[in-house]
Design a protein around this ligand. Structure first.
Ligand code: DQA
Length: 144
């Protein structure tokens, strides 16, 4: 199972932004962990990050041909980017939405997600372990 793990805007600042919400690990730490967890679970993972919404849309277009499943944390775009919603819509495989922080327990505007209705599962507030849980969910589906 080929999985694209797509992190969006400002996630490159992990470790330097609000550690109470996002922890103190860097994006590189996160991706290193994701690759290690994927190896343990026998999953083929590719991690990508961008601060450019159009590039994130292109990651989603590329996934139509190159990925069987997605783990998505679009950052703040999650709350308002209908372009990302529309780009995801044609993807037919399982999609897990992950947020490091508890977006439902913070500002009201963070509760909305443009991914709603397009995801298999939503994992919030678990820090980087949320990505491990997302990979485990996908491995369980593969093995079902
Ligand atoms: C985030 C939550 C978003 O509200 C925020 O804009 C982010 C990170 C998270 O992982 O908790 O950039 O997606």
């Amino acid at each position: 199972m080929r999985i694209d793990v797509l992190n969006g805007v400002n996630l490159d600042l992990l470790g330097r932004r609000d550690p109470a919400q996002y922890g103190d690990g860097s994006l590189q730490d996160l991706e290193t962990q994701v690759y290690a967890w994927a190896r343990e679970l026998g999953l083929q993972v590719r991690c990508r990050q961008t601060n450019h919404e159009g590039e994130y849309v292109e990651f989603l277009h590329a996934a139509l041909d190159n990925a069987d499943a997605l783990v998505l944390n679009p950052g703040a775009w999650s709350h308002y980017s209908w372009a990302i919603h529309d780009a995801l819509e044609p993807f037919s495989g399982p999609v897990v939405e992950v947020h490091l922080s508890d977006v439902d327990g913070r500002e009201t505007w963070r509760r909305a997600s443009v991914l709603e209705g397009l995801t298999t599962e939503r994992i919030i507030g678990g820090g980087i372990n949320g990505y491990r849980r997302a990979l485990a969910v996908l491995a369980e589906r593969r093995d079902a």
